[in-house]
Design a protein around this ligand. Structure first.
Ligand SMILES: C[S@@+](CC[C@H](N)C(=O)[O-])C[C@H]1O[C@@H](n2cnc3c(N)ncnc32)[C@H](O)[C@@H]1O
Length: 308
């Protein structure tokens, strides 16, 4: 499939035709006949990601129609570098994109990630549908707080936890970009595990929790987190602070885990916590992501009236 054909395929998707989402995947590897090549558009600035294949020469020569700049990000290198601009006029600095009608700040020069994980759009949409104004939502490993902003836009009071202060500041800017007052929400810098234990001790609970950690991380004390080893404990700690009748969205993009193995880890966490849970429903990937469905997502609900 040619790049214009892949773009036409996205243009035909009803959820992208509304114009409410300006950041999405334009071309997705083998799913569009280009193994090892992905192109994401951030409001007409294209990030071309390659994994063990050369940069497509066709994108070095002339700016494709409707594209302002082309960037190259390599997914196959150990030192995770920010994308490099290879063609066109780079934006003057951070700029705003829309997802589901909400605004998010993107910075193509900030580092390996651009500020918004485009593969979680269906989960943000589904979460927004289930939120009742006034509900309390906890977003762990919050990064730039996209899930928090989406929840707050529907009237939730959010708490965002992340190791990185700069990312939480970026998150506050995302709130402001949507006319949501950051002061009406909570931002906790530090390790998600430690905060969860602290919240449990204080008897705090949430009506909804999002837990979407990186596959691997190390906290300030050098303590290592690995999804395949630590997810059950993380789920159990989440369930300890989930209000009866509340929901938990658990997710990983770890390509080495099968959906069945991921489900096993989540179920192990539920039995560790001894909280009765129902509805282990899988989430889905956006229709513009046509390659391998690497993202694993499960929605859990705690039984109304259940407590430890
Ligand atoms: C892959 S991103 C998470 C994506 C996020 N859930 C989203 O949908 O936008 C990883 C984030 O986890 C944070 N992080 C890594 N280890 C952490 C930990 N132990 N506690 C809290 N945050 C952590 C990083 O700082 C980074 O912002």
């Amino acid at each position: 499939m040619s790049i214009p054909q892949a773009i036409a395929r996205r243009a035909a998707l009803p959820e992208l035709a509304t114009g409410q989402t300006t950041a999405f995947r334009l071309l997705d590897g083998a799913g569009d006949g280009w193994p090892g090549v992905e192109i994401d558009t951030y409001d007409r600035h294209w990030v071309v990601q390659t994994r063990e294949v050369p940069f497509p020469e066709v994108l070095r020569r002339t700016l494709p129609e409707g594209c302002l700049s082309v960037w190259w990000k390599r997914l196959d290198q150990q030192d995770k570098q920010a994308p490099q601009c290879v063609l066109g006029q780079p934006p003057a600095g951070p700029f705003t994109v829309q997802e589901l009608g909400l605004n998010y700040e993107i910075d193509l020069t900030a580092g390996y990630s651009q500020g918004l994980f485009l593969d979680q759009r269906p989960q943000r949409a589904r979460m927004m549908e289930r939120i009742v104004p006034g509900q309390r939502v906890l977003n762990l490993f919050a990064y730039t707080c996209a899930f928090s902003v989406a929840a707050a836009s529907r009237g939730a009071i959010t708490t965002s936890v992340d190791l990185s202060r700069p990312y939480l500041e970026w998150g506050k800017r995302n709130f402001a970009l949507n006319d949501l007052a950051p002061d009406a929400h909570f931002f906790c810098r530090g390790d998600s595990f430690e905060w969860l234990r602290r919240f449990a001790k204080k008897g705090r609970t949430w009506d909804g929790i999002v837990v979407d950690p990186p596959s691997f991380s190390r906290n300030a004390d050098g303590k290592v987190f690995r999804v395949e080893h630590d997810f059950p404990e993380l789920v159990a700690l989440c369930l300890a602070v989930l209000a009866p009748g509340g929901w938990l969205l658990s997710s990983t993009n770890h390509r080495g885990l099968t959906p069945a193995r991921f489900r096993g880890l989540v179920e192990a966490g539920a039995s560790l916590s001894q909280r009765p849970v129902t509805q282990l429903q899988p989430g889905n990937m956006p229709p513009d992501f046509t390659d391998e469905p690497y993202l694993k997502t499960l929605w859990l609900a705690s039984l109304p009236g259940s407590s430890r």
